[in-house]
Ligand binder design. Structure first.
Ligand SMILES: Cc1ncc(COP(=O)(O)O)c(C=O)c1O
Length: 388
């Protein structure tokens, strides 16, 4: 069976050029970057080269970038590290928003258990947070605002720049999770005005298990892990040199292609949206019509007319050879409706009857009629079954 992969928001395949860049550091030049000998120096040079290239890509200084095991860890380090440092100055209030990834929301809950006060702001029906609501939520004790750059389930892009303009003037740092935005829309720490920013390699054709946290120079932030002195003592642990090199190669690859590739994927995305709309006139497109990632389409079927479980939709699509998601991959397997769609005001039935298509480098125009035909077939079959 020829399979079609439309789940690039969950993860992406390693690009051949990325694998090629990594290979030497998995075999011949395998040294520990902390060792003083030739092998160690080779590894250290590669690691620092990777740091330089990634930092340059987001407008940061190399000394402001710390490698992590991925986006989840970087989000944890950003929030926990900033709050622990702020507590020493008597600041214990955190602001975030309801459509964040669980790596942020669950960390917020953890910090609440640790004695911090947390405000989780509502988003509108298109998944957007208003900068004014952030302004209203600010308190003298606010230590951090954490707002994602682009949402992984519906693609809505948050007004991070506008938010940081308001908060930074009041001495409140902003953290943004840019895991889904880098390589899709411009990501520049100066332009966004943020103090902390999260990246992950596996969403951009890099290896899984590596990411980075940007911490602007001068930002009060404490390490969460303790051990060796790696990453200037801020994130100890033997460095994953091959993956760091792969991460840098992936960042450069997606940035080099970004404008051209995103235009191409947006055309594919919009064409599928039109096809699905023609087949199901009452379909709801989730996310903001303008401020939305160009490669992502999230649609909800009219639950009143045809109640459906997203997981069953995904399974049936998979049986026909099309890989999609019903929401966030991280919450797949749970039968709960997506917290993002609920936050946007969808009712639980509609939230469950949702499919997310996310396009990537391997997708082409020829796949569109196949995918649209399979969606039609699967939905019709499932509607018949649920009506029986
Ligand atoms: C917005 C967002 N943040 C964080 C993460 C977690 O990143 P990682 O898989 O690298 O831990 C994801 C992954 O799905 C994501 O979409």
């Amino acid at each position: 069976m020829d399979r079609i992969y439309l789940d690039h928001t969950a993860t992406t395949p390693l690009a051949p050029s990325v694998l090629e860049a990594m290979q030497p550091y998995l075999t011949g030049e395998f040294g520990n970057a902390s060792s003083a000998h030739w092998f160690g120096r080779k590894a250290k040079d590669a690691l620092e080269g990777a740091r330089n290239r990634i930092a340059r890509a987001i407008g940061a200084k190399p000394s402001e970038l710390f490698f992590t095991s991925g986006g989840t860890e970087a989000n944890n380090l950003a929030i926990q590290g900033a709050l622990r440092a702020a507590r020493k100055r008597g600041k214990t209030h955190l602001i975030s928003e309801a459509a964040e990834h669980h790596a942020v929301l669950d960390t917020c809950e953890y910090m609440r258990d640790e004695g911090f006060s947390v405000t989780v702001l509502e988003v509108d029906a298109e998944g957007r947070l208003s900068p004014e609501s952030v302004e209203r939520a600010l308190q003298p004790g606010t230590a951090l605002v954490s707002v994602m750059h682009a949402n992984n389930e519906v693609g809505t892009i948050q007004p991070v720049k506008e938010i940081s303009r308001i908060t930074v003037g009041r001495g409140v740092p902003v953290h943004t999770d840019a895991v889904q935005s880098v390589g899709k829309i411009p990501v520049d720490v100066e332009d966004l005005g943020v103090q902390l920013l999260t990246l992950s390699a596996h969403k951009i054709y890099g290896p899984k298990g590596i990411g980075a946290l940007y911490v602007r120079q001068g930002t009060a932030w404490e390490p969460v892990f303790h051990g060796g002195g790696q990453e200037r003592g801020k994130r100890p642990g033997t460095e994953n040199v091959a993956s760091a090199v792969g991460f840098a190669a992936a960042v450069e690859l997606v940035l080099e292609e970004r404008e051209r590739e995103m235009q191409r994927l947006q055309l594919l995305r919009d064409a599928l949206q039109r096809e699905l709309r023609a087949a199901f006139p009452r379909i709801l497109v989730n996310g903001h019509p303008d401020f939305r990632l160009p490669h992502l389409l999230s649609v909800s079927f009219d639950a009143g007319a045809m109640p459906m479980e997203g997981e069953m939709l995904v399974t049936n699509m998979d049986l026909e050879g099309v890989a999609v998601s019903s929401g966030s991959a991280c919450t797949s397997g749970s039968v709960q409706p997506s917290h993002v769609l609920l936050a946007m005001g969808r009712d639980p039935g509609t939230a469950k009857a949702t499919l997310r298509f996310s396009f990537g480098r391997g997708n082409s125009q020829e796949e569109l009629p196949i995918v649209a035909g399979i969606v039609r077939q699967v939905v019709e079959r499932m509607t018949k079954v649920t009506r029986k």
